[in-house]
Every structure is written in C-alpha cells, then in structure tokens.
Design a protein around this ligand. Structure first.
Ligand SMILES: [Zn+2]
Length: 447
C-alpha cells in the first residue's frame, strides 16, 4: 500500500508522489516569535514532525523549511512595550521556541529562515507583481488585487462573491483606498507607530505583510514549485490562500502540490483564549508535572486532521499509558530480530494519511503479544517515526531519603540479611517506589 496523504487542495486522500524522485521539499508555517508558543502551535509542529519522520523512514531525502516570523504587528508592539530592539525581543522567544520543540522531540528542520533576513526576496516578488499590474499602490501600502487572480479561493473554496458580501460591512477607515476589501497588503508603508522598524527599498520605506514572508522564504529554499506545505486549519484562509495567489501570480507555476492541515485545538471544548484562562504553553504543562513526551504521546492518540480537545484528564490518561508502555518495553529482552509482520501493519496505518492512533494500537499489540519475536528491534523502527524515546532508560531522580534507604538495603543484601532487606523494600514501597533486584544492582521505579 503506497503512502496516501490528505490534500486540502483536492479534499481527497491522494497517493503521494513527490515532484523529484526520492526528494521531498516541505514548508511549515512557523511561529510568530512574540511570546511562548501555545499548545495549539505545538500540535501543528508535532504533526509536521510525524510527517517528516515518516517520509524519512520511507527513505525520502527531506528538506524542511520552517520560518520564524520576527516582524509583524505583534512583534513590533511587544518590543515597544518592553522598550527593546525588535531583534533583541524576538531572540528571546526564538530561543524558548527552540527549547520547546527540542523538549517535545521535534526534529530540527533543515532551514529556519527569519523573515527580517529575507526582505530582499520579498521585495523582488512585490516588484514582479507591480510590473505585471497585479499589485497596486495606495497611500498606506502595496496591495494584491484578488480580482487579477482567477483561481483565488481554490484552496479554501471560498467564493469571491461571498467575500464581497461579507466584507462590505467592515471597511476599515485606513484601508479606504483599497480596490477590493479582500485585497491584502504585500507591503506596508512606514508609519510613526513602527518606530525604528523599517526597510528602505525600491518599493518604498516600510515593512512586509505577513503572507509575502512565507512565499518568499519557501520559494527561496524549495524552488517555485515544491511538494508539501503544512499548517494549522486556521491558516487555510486567508494566509495560505494568499500565499498561493501571490506566488502563482508571480511565477506562473503551480506553487505547492500537497497542502496539509492539522485540525483545531480546543481546550475543554472551548476555543483557546486569554480571557477564558485556557491559553496554555509547554511551561504550564511541565509545571503540572507532565513531561513534554507525555504530551507528545497525547497528541499522537488522535488523527492529526481531527479537532483535538485538550483536557487535563486526557493528558493524565496519556501520561499513565505512556509510562506503562515504557515500563513494559523495559522488561523485554532484545533478540536482535525484526518482526516484519508488525512492521507491515504499522506502515499500513501510517500510509493511511499518518494514522498515529492506529499505529500506537499496533505498537501496544506488539508489546503485549507474548509469542511475538523481534520486539525490541521493531519498536526501535516504529520509534523512528513516533519519536517517543521508547527505548531510552529514564533516569529518575530519587529523593535523598529514598536514596539512603536504597543504599542501606543494598548493604543488608551484601550481608545476606534478607529479612532486613525485605523490611526496607516495604518501607521504600510506602514512599511510592518499587525496588527490583537485578544482576546489575537494584532498579528503582516510581509506582
Ligand atoms: Zn506562513
């Protein structure tokens, strides 16, 4: 069974065929680095990581590009509020973002371009669109005329008529001279509110619009046509629709072959929002005593395309399941064989548009199958994709008190004082730790 991926462009699962043989170019809409990324962002990057890992597992050479949006309204406002330079402000959140993805075992993309370092490329596209008469200047910026792109709406399936009707109600006063309310800014001319954030360019003094950032950076590193573009469902319109419009208008070529989107993240069945107090980031998760990999496991229990309802109870269940899984795996002996049958089933699940819940089920079945051979090597292969560090031994940090008890008990064991040793085992148990005696010494685990 070949790999099938759901393509938002066609609303179908399609057999995956890259443009170039054995090579896949992927663009992931990265974070705006003005704050800690929230758990909805982390769902998107966990999804693109699974995609990337599975393509690698399927022996494709990968080039993944994930941009960092380090200039837009939010980053400018944030830096002004803290009275620091934009660069200094975004550096801090870039760093925390990299820490977060590392903690969640999300592999580093091959390229992570920053928007502010690609202004030249953005200006070149805008110039092209101006020359072709597709973009036009107003008092406050340069806009893309959606009426000049006949395929506008092909990704989101939004009709131009519907756009006009909805839009007439909300004309903003500073956008009065736009030809169509849905025309979007490619370039924003400088205003005093931008402070010291601006670029002097051939198309005027100012800064880029958000959409053009992604077109410029993706095409620079992946070419004018590339294989896969991912992002959250909320980016389909207008962000990705606009990326298509400006890129295809500039090049005359098909921009992206497969568009892939992960579903919304809800928290307790509600939209995440600051006012509801359900706006979480990875630090909140860790504070409540969940590891980033408990959290990763939690995300893998659902199909990426479905809406995901985050609850603390759900995360607790995943934490328990993940810990049980790792405990069971730690007891399996490695016979150096591979179990092809289970691996085939696992691949079948993944080939069906990255069905990770099904893949986890197969992993669990293998772990529980007492007759199965080749468990460890097969789990190792599966974990290349799942990224759950299933074979990594957890070093638990023991409280001082427990450490002392364990040491004392080992002394009794060396003296063959089994009665005292057993008493101490019981005492350690009362503190919530289990002791197992192995040839290498005692193994402690949290109960
Ligand atoms: Zn983007």
């Amino acid at each position: 069974m070949p790999l099938k991926l759901y393509n938002t462009l066609t609303r179908k699962k399609e057999i995956f065929k890259p443009i170039k043989k054995n090579f896949v170019g992927i663009y992931v809409c990265g974070p705006t680095i003005y704050n800690y990324v929230h758990i909805g962002n982390l769902r998107a990057y966990t999804f693109s990581d699974i995609l990337r890992r599975y393509l690698k597992y399927s022996r494709y050479k990968i080039k993944e590009v994930m941009n960092l949006t380090d200039v837009d309204d939010k980053t400018i406002k944030g830096s002004q509020k803290e009275r620091v330079k934009l660069k200094e402000f975004t550096k801090k959140y870039e760093k925390s973002f990299l820490e977060d993805i590392k903690a969640m075992n999300i592999e580093m993309p091959e390229v992570m371009p920053r928007a502010t370092e690609h202004i030249k490329e953005m200006v070149a596209i805008v110039k092209k669109l101006l020359d072709k008469g597709i973009a036009y200047k107003t008092q406050d910026g340069i806009y893309f005329s959606i009426n000049k792109f006949k395929d506008y709406g092909k990704l989101s399936r939004i009709k131009k008529k519907a756009l006009k009707a909805g839009a007439s109600k909300r004309i903003l006063k500073d956008e009065y001279d736009k030809k169509n309310i849905n025309d979007f800014a490619l370039w924003k001319f400088y205003t005093p509110e931008d402070g010291d954030v601006f670029w002097e360019t051939e198309i005027g003094k100012g800064r880029p619009g958000w959409h053009i950032e992604c077109s410029a950076m993706s095409m620079k590193y992946l070419g004018e046509s590339f294989d896969i573009h991912t992002g959250g469902e909320d980016l389909i319109f207008p962000h990705h629709e606009n990326e298509i419009a400006q890129s295809e208008s500039a090049t005359g070529k098909k921009f992206v072959k497969y568009w892939m989107h992960n579903g919304w993240l809800l928290v307790d069945n509600k939209k995440m929002s600051k006012s509801l107090g359900n706006f979480y980031n990875l630090r909140d998760i860790i504070k409540k005593n969940y590891s980033p990999l408990d959290f990763r496991y939690f995300y893998l229990t659902k199909i990426y395309r479905q809406r995901f309802n985050f609850t603390w109870r759900g995360l607790e269940a995943s934490k328990k399941a993940y810990s049980r899984l790792k405990n069971k795996i730690s007891e399996i002996k490695d016979d150096k064989k591979t179990n092809k049958e289970y691996l085939r089933k696992f691949e079948k699940a993944m080939n069906d548009d990255l069905n990770t819940p099904k893949a986890l089920q197969i992993l669990w079945k293998l772990v529980r199958d007492e007759k199965a051979e080749g468990k460890i090597q097969t789990i190792k292969k599966m974990d290349e994709v799942l990224g759950l560090n299933l074979l990594k031994k957890e070093k638990i940090k023991l409280p001082k008190k427990i450490e002392e008890l364990v040491e004392k008990r080992e002394k009794y064991r060396r003296e063959k004082n089994w009665k005292k040793a057993d008493e101490l085992r019981e005492e350690i148990r009362k503190h919530g730790y289990g002791v197992e005696d192995t040839k290498e010494g005692s193994k402690i685990r949290k109960l």
